[in-house]
Ligand binder design. Structure first.
Ligand code: MN
Length: 385
């Protein structure tokens, strides 16, 4: 069998490192062709020595010398900078691109990869939030498949296998509720960075963990689902499910609902995306019903967790508003992680940006790039930095 040759964008992050574990356990199936990282040169070097990719990119150009020198005795080609990422994804020897970098930075490399006809294993949800319409249209034109890696979207995708021709009535995204489930605004005013970084069920990078605590992650996922599965905003519901066992559901037009379940482990959706259409054997821990006597479900509290409501609003308004929301959120999370603002001020900042940054009904890629820039500048001004 021909091995799938994989480019991992963001190989030193949480998804990237778990993807490498999946690849290592399935060496008869997968081969690492490209690795990219932003700042973690040490881990990128270690991964390169182990997996011997064709080439690597360190996007922080100051670290180029270090990586180049460490790999000088190998055949691994070393490049630096964001432009290099946009180029290596187009190489003939790449079969599938796993987009697991954080935030808006995923947008342009993903577009380049799709233009070059590469299938995408999409872990960078922000790409679809910012420019879902352009991305999905381009993928269709190029005959490119986008396989979701996000656990909820992988769940929906798994429920749709064998059903792709059947209309969806509703998509129901589950949310763990994060570390602050049940809290009210007054409690949230006091929460610390350390508390926000303690997710009950998932171990993830800092940005997505804060997004999970604020429910912005679910908001981004709602918009991601709209584009991935071509449904209307009114067809997407969110239900809080604190145990994170049911990863999401699809409701069909006959009223039947399908769910995908399992213990929370990102390696499963990563492996499903890379291995599709096959299910590969794995030794991931198995779910046991007797250890979870009750799986519970409740309404999300969008009055307290305003970010989820803001995301629904952004999706309804469309145009560049989701792009504005995303950029504002990235600045807000960064400021929260640097102790510059409190937890609730994140929503204030996002809402201000969504009302103040110029609205564009039908943005081009260039418009998105400008909107992202403008929003970041405006948001930083609001923070007085
Ligand atoms: Mn998710």
């Amino acid at each position: 069998m021909q091995k799938k040759r994989i480019a991992i964008l963001g190989s030193t992050g949480s998804i990237g490192t778990q993807a490498l574990e999946v690849i290592e356990a399935n060496q008869n199936r997968f081969e690492v062709e490209v690795l990219t990282a932003q700042n973690n040169a040490d881990l990128l070097i270690e991964q390169s020595l182990k997996f011997k990719p064709n080439c690597v990119v360190i996007t922080n150009e100051n670290l180029y010398g270090k990586v180049k020198e460490a790999l000088a005795h190998t055949d691994v080609k070393v490049f630096a900078g964001m432009k290099a990422v946009e180029e290596v994804v187009q190489m003939d020897t790449v079969d599938i691109v796993l987009t697991s970098m954080v935030g808006y930075a995923g947008l342009l490399p993903t577009i380049k990869a799709i233009e070059a006809g590469k299938n995408i294993a999409l872990a960078n949800k922000e790409t679809l939030v910012v420019a879902g319409e352009i991305i999905t249209k381009l993928a269709q034109e190029k005959g490119v498949n986008i396989y979701p890696v996000d656990s909820e979207h992988s769940a929906i995708f798994q429920c749709l296998v064998g059903e792709f021709h059947n209309p969806i009535e509703k998509i129901i995204l589950t949310a763990s509720g994060g570390p602050f489930r049940g809290k009210k605004q007054a409690d949230l005013a006091q929460v610390t960075k350390a508390q926000a970084l303690k997710h009950p069920n998932w171990v993830m990078g800092a940005k997505i963990t804060i997004d999970s605590a604020s429910l912005m992650n679910k908001g981004l996922e709602v918009i991601e689902a709209k584009w991935l599965f071509g449904v209307e905003p009114s067809q997407i519901d969110v239900v809080v499910h604190p145990q994170s066992i049911v990863h999401s559901l699809v409701q069909f037009q006959d009223g039947s609902m399908k769910a995908q379940m399992g213990l929370p482990d990102m390696k499963l959706p990563i492996q499903f995306a890379l291995g599709f259409p096959d299910r590969l054997k794995s030794d991931f821990p198995r779910f046991d019903f007797t250890k979870y006597p009750s799986l519970t479900f409740e309404q999300p509290d969008t009055k307290t967790f305003r970010n989820l409501q803001l995301a629904f609003d952004a999706m309804a308004k469309g145009g560049n508003i989701p792009c504005i929301m995303n950029a504002a959120n990235e600045i807000a999370v960064e400021a929260f992680l640097q102790d510059k603002i409190g937890f609730l001020q994140m929503s204030d900042l996002i809402e201000t940006c969504m009302t103040k940054v110029a609205f564009i009904t039908k943005p081009s890629i260039q418009d998105y790039i400008q909107t992202d820039e403008q929003t970041r500048i405006f948001a930083k001004e609001q923070l007085g930095s």
